[in-house]
Write a protein that binds this ligand. Structure first.
Ligand code: CMP
Length: 140
């Protein structure tokens, strides 16, 4: 399988509980390498752009409020089949449906406060990475 890069966010519920290290350990144990990482406070504009695909959804306002409510850690993860692998490691969006051992099963509080985001496809990974990182910030 090809080496890929995917985009990850450790969300405000994770930074608030000081569990970013615990989540990074799960990421690394799965064989993914954190090749870029920074802690930022997302602006409303950044969050609205990032989640533009969900603009018409009833939870959009709540989602933007949450993602701007505290610091987040944005990351680029690299590894074999990284996009699908990270989605496996995260578990289902709704933590009550997430498999045992996944980040969301272990740490997420609810479908909204679900600790992590990961890209869903190669094209979105590319766009999401480019929104937050310039090429020289990613060191593989
Ligand atoms: P994420 O992978 O970041 O992509 C979109 C996010 O919308 C998703 O994780 C959830 O956190 C959030 N989301 C999805 N469904 C709901 C919902 N019903 N209520 C609130 N937030 C939701």
């Amino acid at each position: 399988m090809a080496i890929e890069r995917t985009f990850s966010i450790l969300k405000p519920d994770a930074t608030e509980r000081n569990i970013t290290g615990a989540i990074n350990a799960l990421i690394e144990q799965a064989g993914l390498r954190i090749v870029a990482q920074k802690r930022i406070r997302m602006t409303r504009e950044q969050a609205e752009t990032f989640y533009a695909v969900h603009k018409e959804r009833p939870f959009f306002g709540e989602l933007v409020d949450f993602m701007t409510s505290g610091p987040v850690v944005v990351q680029v993860l690299e590894g074999e089949g990284a996009i699908a692998k990270y989605r496996d490691v995260m578990g289902a969006t709704d933590p009550s449906k997430a498999a045992d051992g996944t980040i969301r099963k272990l740490h997420a509080k609810s479908i909204g406060e679900n600790s992590v985001h990961g890209s869903d496809a190669a094209e979105t990974a590319k766009i999401e990475i480019a929104q937050f990182f310039s090429g020289n910030e990613i060191v593989g």
